[in-house]
Each structure stands twice: as structure tokens, then as C-alpha cells.
Design a binder for this molecule. Structure first.
Ligand code: ADP
Length: 656
């Protein structure tokens, strides 16, 4: 076994690999960019080496720097994690040349599976069934359009070199094909440096089911069953589970064998994942093979009781696969949710900023948190905005869902927008609960997912008010209630809270001893009775009208966060003088939702546009985001041009 390995990655996956290495008595070397000098993976590793500035192409993607670091620190092997250089055949070759073991398959296998087009050609030979489509080398737009028509709309255009859901366009009708192709090629060129695309039949309401496989240097292959990763947004997974619900033993074995056949056809070594698309009729087709550890590998670990990183390390150091197919079994059900710094309300735009407050659920045999950040860290525009993975286990799917719901209610993030509430809403939908899974689940359940409530329920306002009351030193305790409030049974105190799109005032009635006895929301008739209250660290709890309400609370100057399993609200507390000054301001500017680069400008000064028209396209985090006309209007002036680097909230277009 290796004595020392280098981890060519960052964030949660680097931390996760270090944990297994430590368990096995292996020393670890972390690499980091200047932005990550104080990151968790750096603190956790035995040694660490700075490899350059924040942008990944000046640090985490620099093969020379990483190999130099491995040689300098005496690492015998490199674990690439996922993303970055994990599927880069040049990197695998360079490791080999430097006498360092690449913990993964051979450069040859990576290359063969690296291009979706080539992989499809290879699988065709190996007898694995494929989605109908075109994956040839001739890339002339006219030919691609003709092939698309032959396949029949809707089709998907996919970047051959693509991954992570980037470079995929769905096209529903022939007249949209050309513009989708141009946009897909542009994104592919930008993100992967390669314009080649393939076109395939769009399977309606499919499931995404993938199989974990392992191969060793003795020619043994096994599959560690399947994961269902159908719940996706923007073709990116958000919730994954194992085993896939409703899959018979027979189908499971067929899937496993097809995956092993795919792995064998490229002499696969180490951990890999073969992805299939499942039609509603139960047919499955090969999509692609990922030649690395997957983000969602923990659900497989939870149901098999195995440590996949340990297997990777053993196989890379020429040990055989630890178990044969017959000894592998599934126990219970596991679900993973990816907690992202992103805003479901604005099309899942990544949210950048400091993690002012981060509370994760307690870990146990049934609850696991994989994360690479702590409170105070910053979600930067340079890397993936994932905050953590929450993985839960239950005897069956229903108890795993219940456990997920409970753990989400204990998960609180303040400072950046996040998808915690959204995930909770997904697992509560009928479709998810009944395991009616498909990659369209989020679209299909749209009405049950995106918060429509514009203002918080009465109990949130009341919890917020009790918290404010408790933190007003002049109100509480002996000698309190100065500052003009009346010290008698009718004493009352008024608070006004302002959130996004709402402003509410609430009056708290105080008893003889100055503690809350009831409340009334201004504008509503009813006065409600408070019988008990308690405040703890980040916690407020109140009994009113016979029920107990609790919330996690975080205060930052006059900004507040209140959250529990019912909802999560952020708002500010308005002082009396501010209340008098609040006026609705109508801004005529369209602002950048995040920092990025302008790649397309579709409008000129004075042009009339219709609501919903794409005015501009920005690229950020290697993905394109359209700036849309919010209503019919006229472009007063365009404030930026193609190529401009834009700061968050910068004005893009003056709109009338
Ligand atoms: P990536 O490598 O970027 O993850 P994939 O080829 O794995 O790209 O596809 C990502 C997702 O897009 C899949 O999980 C699935 O939801 C959807 N998808 C891919 N191919 C098809 C198809 N032919 N029909 C319908 N949906 C598809």
C-alpha cells in the first residue's frame, strides 16, 4: 500500500479522500490555490502545497505544477477526485511518465470513454444498447440538422467532450436547431475546448440510472449495483438514491452485466460508473461512462457498507478487488441531496458570498455529511457552488425519506441563497414519495416546488417578534420597559419586518412582569395568546394557542434568518425612523445576477423588445445565463458589450 498520496482536488471530495487515507494510515498531500489557503482540505491534510492563483486553469488544472508537487513531497500516487483533471488522459499519462501512480484507469480507457461519440461507437461494438442518434465525425451544421430530422424531434445536442450537464441543448422543432447548435458548440468550446457534438433522440420522461463498477489489474470485474439519479435541474443531479426503486432483481442483474461489459471493453481499472437512460417502457440505453469516482458514490457506500475510496486505493496498489460479485449485497436504502449555494427561485443561479452561518445536522450511523466548508468560508465564483452533500440511510425508502426530511430541518445556511427548502419540497412531492421518478420530475411538480407564498405565516412573525423582544435590553428584566413603553398589563411593543416583497408589523403584548402574553399581526383582527416561550443558542421556541413553534434564528446586524421544517425566511428589522422613509423604488436597470462575462448582446439602443426576449447572454462558472426582458419595453441604453467582465449587480441594460 502507498505510504503517501497527493490529492489533486479541493472541497468536499478532497476532504473525503483524506479521511479514508488517514483511516488506512496513508499520509496525504493537499494542493491548493491562493483562494483556498485556509480551506478545510488544506487544514485536514498532513502536508499542503500552493499551486497558483484562484482560477482553476491557473491552479487545479495545471498538470506540471501538480506533478512537481507530488515529486517534491514524495507522494507515490495521485487521487484526482472528480472534476478538474480526473478524466484527463494527458494527466494520467504524465503521472505514469513521472513514476507516480494515477489512482484511476489507464490513459487509454479514459480516452476511449472521454468522448461521448467515441464511447457510443465502442459500445455499439460491445453489444450494449444505445439511444438512437448520430455520433459521427462529420460536424457540418447541415448534416447535423439532417440527422436530427431523421432521428425525429425532440432531440438532444450534446457536447461530445461534455460533462456535468454542460453543453446540452434540447431542441423541439427543426427551426430551432441551428441556433441551439451554435449555442451548444460555443458552450462546449468554452468549457471543454472542443466543439464536437452528437445528436440523439430525446427520451421523454426518462430515468437516469447508473451502475457502479470496479475492475482490477487481475482482470476481475464487479458491479456495486445501481443508483437512481433522475432528480435533476439543468441536466445536473440534485438528489440521488440507491438502490433504484422498482427495479427487479432480474433487471438489476441485466444492468450490472451491461455495465461490466462496458468496463471490460476498455480494460477498465478502478472505480467507474456506467450511466444508462431508462425509458418509461423499461428499456435502457447506454449514455456514457464516467471514468472516476462519482459525486453520489456515498449512497452506494451506505447500502453496501463499503468504502469505495479504500477500494480505489487497494486496486491502484495492485491488490485484487476485495469481494466477488456473490458476496456483494444491498442493505436498506440511501438518499443523497446536494446542498448548493444557488437560488431555485431565479433559475438555480449560483449564489456567491460568505457563509455567515452554517449549521449542519448531527452525524450518526444513518446520517452522513460530506463537506469541505465551515462557517465563515466563502462560496467563490471560481469553483462549484456545492456546500455539502447530505446522505441518509433507512431500512427502506420511506424511512430514508423521513430521515432526509428531519435532517434537512436541522440544516441552516445564512449568507448565500441555497436549495435546502427546495430539496425538502421535492422529497415531499407525490411523485418522489411514490417513486414516480423521471428527469422531468422538477418540471412536472413545478407547482408544488417553487415557493409562491410572498409573506411568512403568523407563527414566523411571532417567533421573530419574541426574538426581538428578548434582545431589546431596555425591555427585558427588572427596571425594564423604560423608553416610553407603558409598564402595566397593557404594555405592548411593535416590530416591523421587511422581506423580499413583503413588509409586516406585529404587536407583542406584555404582561405585568414584562414578558410576552400575546400578539397581534397589524391588519388582522385576532389577538393570539402566548403561554410560554424559550430562547436558546440560535433557537426560539414559543407556545401559542396550545401549539409549540420553534425556529432556528440567526441575526446579523439588522438582518434576520428564521428557519424550521415549515419554511425559511430572511428579512430585516425596520427601525421606526426607517419605516417612515421606506418608499418603493422602481429601477429601470437590468442587473447582472452574478459576476461573469458578456458573450452575446442581442439588442441595440432604442430597440423595442417583448417580455421574455433574450436580451443578452452572460457566461459564469462555464455556463450560460440569459438576461431576459422582464416586460415589453424599449432598450434605453446597453451598458456593456461582448467580452466585458461584469461584477455582480452591475447594470447591464437601461430598460424603459
Ligand atoms: P453529462 O456528461 O453532462 O452528465 P449526460 O450525457 O450524462 O451528460 O446527460 C445528462 C443528463 O441529461 C442525463 O442524466 C439525462 O437526464 C439527460 N439526458 C441525456 N441524454 C438524454 C436523452 N437521450 N433523452 C433524454 N434525456 C437525456
Amino acid at each position: 500500500m502507498f505510504k503517501k498520496i497527493l490529492i489533486a482536488n479541493r472541497g468536499e471530495i478532497a476532504c473525503r479522500i483524506i479521511k479514508t487515507a488517514r483511516k488506512m494510515g496513508i499520509q496525504t498531500v493537499a494542493v491548493f490555490s491562493e483562494a483556498d489557503a485556509k480551506a478545510q482540505h488544506v487544514l485536514l491534510a498532513d502536508e499542503a502545497c500552493c499551486i497558483g492563483p484562484a482560477p482553476a486553469n491557473e491552479s487545479y488544472l495545471l498538470i506540471d505544477k501538480i506533478i512537481d508537487a507530488a515529486l517534491k513531497f514524495g507522494a507515490q500516487a495521485i487521487h484526482p477526485g472528480y472534476g478538474f483533471l480526473s478524466e484527463n488522459e494527458v494527466f494520467a499519462t504524465r503521472c505514469l511518465q513521472a513514476g507516480i501512480v494515477f489512482i484511476g484507469p489507464s490513459a487509454e480507457s479514459i480516452k476511449m470513454m472521454g468522448s461521448k461519440s467515441q464511447a457510443k461507437a465502442l459500445m455499439q461494438k460491445a453489444g450494449v444498447s444505445l439511444t438512437p442518434g448520430y455520433h459521427g465525425v462529420d460536424q457540418s451544421p447541415a448534416l447535423l440538422a439532417k440527422e436530427a430530422a431523421k432521428i425525429g424531434f425532440p432531440v438532444l445536442i450534446k457536447a461530445s467532450a461534455g460533462g456535468g450537464g454542460k453543453g446540452i441543448r434540447r431542441v423541439d422543432k427543426a427551426e430551432d436547431f441551428d441556433s441551439a447548435l451554435v449555442s451548444c458548440q460555443r458552450e462546449a468550446k468554452n468549457a471543454f475546448g472542443d466543439e464536437q457534438v452528437l445528436v440523439e433522440k430525446y427520451i421523454t420522461q426518462p430515468r437516469h440510472i447508473e451502475v457502479q463498477v470496479f475492475g482490477d489489474s487481475f482482470g476481475n470485474f464487479v458491479y456495486l449495483f445501481e443508483r437512481d439519479c433522475s432528480v435533476q435541474r439543468r441536466h445536473q443531479k440534485v438528489i440521488e438514491e440507491a438502490p433504484a426503486p422498482g427495479i427487479s432483481q432480474q433487471t438489476r442483474a441485466r444492468l450490472g452485466e451491461a455495465a461490466v461489459a462496458a468496463a471490460k471493453s476498455v480494460n477498465y481499472l478502478g472505480a467507474g460508473t456506467v450511466e444508462f437512460i431508462f425509458s418509461p417502457e423499461g428499456e435502457f440505453y447506454f449514455m456514457e461512462m464516467n471514468t472516476r469516482l462519482q459525486v453520489e458514490h456515498p449512497v452506494t457506500e451506505m447500502i453496501t457498507g463499503l468504502d469505495l475510496v479504500e477500494w480505489q486505493l487497494r486496486i491502484a496498489s495492485h491488490e485484487p478487488i476485495p469481494l466477488n460479485q456473490e458476496s456483494l449485497t444491498i442493505k436498506g436504502h440511501a438518499i443523497e441531496a446536494r446542498i448548493y449555494a444557488e437560488d431555485p427561485q431565479t433559475g438555480f443561479l449560483p449564489s456567491i458570498g460568505p457563509l455567515l452561518h452554517l449549521q449542519v445536522p448531527g452525524e450518526s450511523a444513518n446520517v452522513r455529511i460530506d463537506t469541505g466548508v465551515i462557517q465563515g468560508d466563502v462560496v467563490s465564483p471560481y469553483y462549484d457552488p456545492m456546500i455539502a452533500k447530505l446522505i441518509v440511510w433507512g431500512e427502506d425508502r420511506e424511512s430514508a425519506i423521513a430521515q432526509m426530511h428531519h435532517s434537512l430541518s436541522e440544516f441552516h445556511v445564512v449568507g448565500v441563497a441555497n436549495n435546502i427548502r427546495f430539496i425538502d419540497q421535492i422529497i415531499k412531492t407525490k411523485s418522489f414519495a411514490n417513486a414516480a421518478l423521471s428527469t422531468n420530475l422538477i418540471e412536472y411538480e413545478e407547482n408544488n416546488l417553487f415557493d409562491k407564498a410572498t409573506e411568512p405565516q403568523a407563527e414566523f412573525l411571532m417567533l421573530g417578534a419574541v426574538y426581538e423582544w428578548y434582545n431589546l435590553p431596555s425591555i427585558r428584566g427588572p427596571g425594564a420597559l423604560q423608553r416610553g413603553w407603558r409598564l402595566n398589563s397593557n404594555a405592548q411593543v411593535l416590530f416591523t419586518f421587511k422581506g423580499k416583497g413583503w413588509m409586516k408589523s406585529i404587536c407583542l403584548f406584555l404582561g405585568d412582569n414584562g414578558v410576552p402574553t400575546g400578539f397581534k399581526i397589524i391588519g388582522q383582527e385576532k389577538t393570539l395568546v402566548i403561554s410560554n416561550w424559550e430562547l436558546g443558542h440560535n433557537r426560539v421556541s414559543v407556545d401559542y394557542e396550545g401549539n409549540r413553534f420553534m425556529a432556528h434564528v440567526v441575526a446579523n446586524q439588522n438582518a434576520r434568518y428564521l428557519g424550521n421544517e415549515v419554511g425559511r425566511w430572511t428579512y430585516s428589522v425596520i427601525s421606526l425612523s426607517d419605516q417612515l422613509q421606506i418608499k418603493e423604488v422602481h429601477s429601470g436597470e437590468l442587473r447582472a445576477p452574478m459576476p461573469g462575462k458578456v458573450v452575446v448582446v442581442n439588442v441595440i439602443n432604442g430597440q423595442s423588445v417583448k417580455k421574455g426576449e433574450v436580451l443578452m447572454v452572460m457566461e459564469a462558472m462555464k455556463m450560460e445565463h440569459s438576461i431576459i426582458a422582464p416586460m415589453d419595453g424599449v432598450i434605453k441604453s446597453c451598458l456593456c458589450k461582448v467580452g466585458d467582465q461584469i461584477a455582480e449587480s452591475a447594470d447591464l441594460i437601461a430598460f424603459q
